[in-house]
Design a protein around this ligand. Structure first.
Ligand code: HPA
Ligand code: ZN
Length: 316
């Protein structure tokens, strides 16, 4: 089994329908609108985000989040994964009635349990939601800057890329960077190369979440390679959300051939009917990658991980 690592997964998006149904039963909530026959029901990016938001409302206590993180990380470890970096959203926690502090503390407890049980190492990346606008993302940045946690090592932005411009969020990212957090941002998923270029220019990330649509501009691809910007590529997510019609059109092989540092991640695995193991298998069958190429993906993730040098050295 090829050793794996991932650096792009949303913790609420890692909750399986079975786990959400168990939570729904516990809280006496009807989730038949978002889960049918054991699968999440959504049809496009907007309805995916809505489905995701409804599912996240079933995690309401510190222990709920400990269970979610422990479950997700233990499953990853069983797939041969040594490292996971996942996105957290204090906005989702607050909407579910939890304080950001309890949310992070619950997740950290789940990370501790998974590490104790399996050895898997993990870190959290705080995120703001782009569709909540600049004030919301600044609020998320200010919270994490004022309340540092040793396992929260990065700051990013998820949500609907079609809304607002990267430059609108420059202040939020400055706050996070000044607090010593490493930076990544979702771009080049629902919007083309311009979105990636603007994110690089205004938010100065070390990594881009997705970034695959940079392929639409050869000069930008050259820039990504020259500047060593790492792309958190999630092929199964891109196919599920119809960013590309099929794996044959997916640009990962072309980006890699152009010298761009690419990695493999699962994004929101049960929503997109995938897993990290499935992503590695997809790369093998659809992108022609052998064990050595897949190990290069793992190495790229560990090299780009938001961890201290000693942790990185122990993983490599
Ligand atoms: N893109 C943007 N925001 C998200 C995603 C995604 O794939 N998953 C969860 N939030
Ligand atoms: Zn994502």
């Amino acid at each position: 089994m090829v050793v794996k690592a991932e650096i792009h997964c949303h913790i609420e998006g890692a909750a399986s329908p079975a786990l959400v149904e168990a939570q729904a039963k516990k809280y006496g909530v009807d989730v038949s609108a978002i889960i049918r026959d054991g699968s999440y029901v959504w049809s496009d990016f907007t309805s995916f985000l809505r489905c995701y938001d409804v599912a996240s409302m079933l995690f309401r206590t510190e222990e709920d989040y400990a269970l979610l993180a422990e479950t997700y990380l233990s499953e990853l470890a069983a797939q041969g994964t040594i490292y996971s970096e996942f996105f957290i959203s204090t906005d989702h926690a607050v909407n579910a009635g939890l304080t950001p502090a309890a949310y992070i503390s619950g997740l950290a407890e789940g990370m501790r349990r998974a590490r104790e049980g399996t050895g898997i190492e993990s870190r959290m990346i705080a995120t703001g939601l782009r569709h909540e606008g600049p004030e919301g993302v600044e609020r998320a940045a200010r919270y994490i800057a004022a309340n540092p946690h040793p396992l929260v090592t990065g700051f990013g932005m998820a949500g609907d890329e079609r809304m607002h411009e990267p430059r609108d969020f420059a202040k939020a990212f400055d706050i996070a960077r000044d607090a010593g957090l490493a930076i990544t941002v979702h771009a080049g998923e629902l919007v083309g190369a311009e979105s990636v270029r603007e994110a690089l220019d205004h938010l100065v990330p070390a990594r881009i979440g997705h970034g695959v649509r940079a392929i639409e501009d050869p000069a930008l691809v050259e820039r990504l390679a020259a500047e060593g910007i790492v792309l958190e590529v999630c092929p199964g997510s891109n196919i599920a959300l119809s960013v590309y019609p099929s794996y044959a059109e997916h640009p990962l092989p072309r980006l890699r051939a152009a010298g761009v540092k690419v990695t493999l991640s699962s994004d929101d695995p049960p929503f997109f009917h995938t897993s990290l193991a499935q992503e590695y298998e997809t790369a093998r069958t659809h992108f022609g990658m052998d064990d050595a190429a897949l190990l290069e993906m793992t190495r790229n993730s560990v090299e780009a991980a938001f961890v201290d040098d000693a942790t990185r050295a122990a993983l490599l």
